[in-house]
Design a protein. Structure first.
Length: 473
């Protein structure tokens, strides 16, 4: 053995075999050596638990004579509480092994002695206090007071101010959207305000005649119309005794011109009746077409729209929007397409689908652009080839704000195509209502409709008598 150890030391094997074996042996001794301290600790804990159980039994014995004086139901409840107390104590005490728990333990039963005033419970009977809780349920019954203070009855009173809105809402103004209301600016800010002031003079002299001529030339009637009116005034001057006589004379002359050229908006006599809409940029053709489609639908007719203004993409899209609103078909083509081709296809489609009326939109052509006017002539000719006799109506749409320029536009378009009627738009926004008189006198064209507002119902039939009365009122 000694020789082996010596050889192991020489070879260095001792550290590989003997030392690990010794360490393993020591480890096993440490693991399996009995822990006397732990055993003593467990014994002390068991002793403590026994002591606590004995203390609980002693307290229970002290409490029993007190509980015997109470009624059975409280006794049972107290006993149940003590049992629960015992179970909880037995479970919790092993977890806390400190000795100072002993003084704390008796303190807790003392707390159970405090509930001993349960003797007073028969006097105050917490059970009647529990019915006091339904009294708390009566408190929700205080909801009866909530309607007294609830703002809900007041809120319906708040919408009552909605009654104020009709006073300021434009809806009551809708019936007032007449030719009379459309001429307000012409009467207040236009030539009529000066003219009516002039007619208050009681003497018809040269000054009155000269001022009358000056006012009429600023009325956008056109030179020819003003010259015609002044000739009539000078010829009948001897019949006038006051400015009011001059007023009545002019009123009747204008009425005669408008009534002589007046025609109602054409009726639909065959399928399809083709309307060719012309006019310059911004006059309101596309919007007017949409309003006309609505008008025809209200009459039980089936309209179709043709987007012939292919030079302006917004015009095509705008017309499609009106088509969606009125639930009617819109014939269109790509941007820059030939407008005559669009018109030709639209007429054929209207014939095949048996619609009642076809409204053809065109580009807003300047009256001084010869090539554009020639293209309009081409559209008119192509429509006639697709359906003989069409277009049945060629209507020029004129913006009242253009004044005398609108008269020039009407003349130029009448030379290119056979204009059959006029629609005046934006009359309510202009002080140049006198343009209607000049167009009717110089061109002999009827004014079919007048736009007196922005709403779809504000495109109203033109009534010459109503126009004259509203103008001179």
């Amino acid at each position: 053995m000694q020789v082996w150890i010596e050889e192991s030391l020489k070879n260095g094997e001792l550290f590989f075999y003997i030392v690990p074996a010794v360490l393993l042996l020591l480890l096993l001794i440490v693991i399996f050596w009995p822990d006397k301290k732990k055993e003593k600790k467990e014994e002390t804990e068991e002793d403590e638990i026994d002591k606590l159980i004995k203390a609980d039994k002693k307290l229970k014995a002290e409490i029993e004579p007190i509980v015997e004086n109470t009624e059975e139901p409280p006794f049972k409840e107290a006993g149940a509480e003590i049992q629960l107390f015992e179970e909880q104590d037995v479970q919790t005490f092993p977890e806390t092994s400190q000795k100072p728990i002993e003084p704390e333990q008796p303190a807790e039963p003392e707390k159970t002695e405090e509930p001993a005033p349960v003797e007073t419970s028969p006097e105050t009977s917490p059970e009647p206090e529990k019915p006091a809780e339904p009294e708390k349920t009566e408190e929700p019954e205080s909801v009866e007071t909530s309607p007294e203070t609830s703002p809900e009855p007041e809120k319906p009173a708040e919408p009552a101010p909605v009654e104020m809105s009709p006073e300021t809402s434009p809806e009551p103004e809708q019936p007032a959207a007449t030719i009379k209301s459309g001429l307000e600016k012409t009467k207040k800010g236009g030539f009529m305000s000066r003219l009516l002031g002039l007619f208050r003079n009681s003497v018809v002299d040269d000054d009155l005649i000269e001022e009358l001529e000056e006012i009429l030339y600023t009325a956008d009637m056109g030179v020819a119309t003003v010259s015609w009116l002044m000739d009539l005034v000078n010829k009948n001057r001897s019949k006038f005794s006051s400015g009011d006589d001059v007023k009545q004379f002019l009123k009747e002359q204008i009425r005669e011109v408008l009534v002589a050229n007046h025609k109602p908006f054409p009726e639909i006599t065959e399928k399809p009746t083709v309307f060719l809409m012309v006019g310059v940029n911004g006059a309101g053709k596309t919007t007017t077409i949409g309003k006309l489609a609505h008008k025809f639908i209200a009459q039980g007719k089936i309209p179709m729209l043709a987007a012939g203004d292919t030079f302006r993409a917004a015009a095509v899209e705008q017309l499609k929007v009106w088509g969606e609103r009125n639930n009617c078909t819109v014939i269109s083509d790509k941007d820059g397409a030939d407008p005559a081709s669009v018109a030709f296809n639209a007429v054929n489609s209207a014939i095949s689908k048996d619609v009642d009326v076809l409204l053809v939109d065109t580009a807003g052509r300047l009256q001084n652009r010869v090539n554009l006017m020639e293209e309009l002539i081409k559209i008119n000719r192509v429509i006639g080839k697709a359906k003989p006799g069409a277009p049945h109506e060629t209507i020029i749409v004129i913006d009242a704000n253009n004044g005398q320029n609108a008269l020039t536009q009407a003349k130029q378009f009448s030379e290119a195509v056979k204009v059959t009627g006029i629609i005046i738009t934006k009359l309510d926004g202009s002080a140049k209502g006198g343009v209607i008189i000049g167009i009717s006198k110089e061109l002999g064209l009827p004014v079919y409709l007048v736009g007196v507002g922005e709403k779809i119902e504000d495109l109203r039939p033109f009534d010459p008598n109503e126009f004259v009365e509203a103008l001179f009122e």
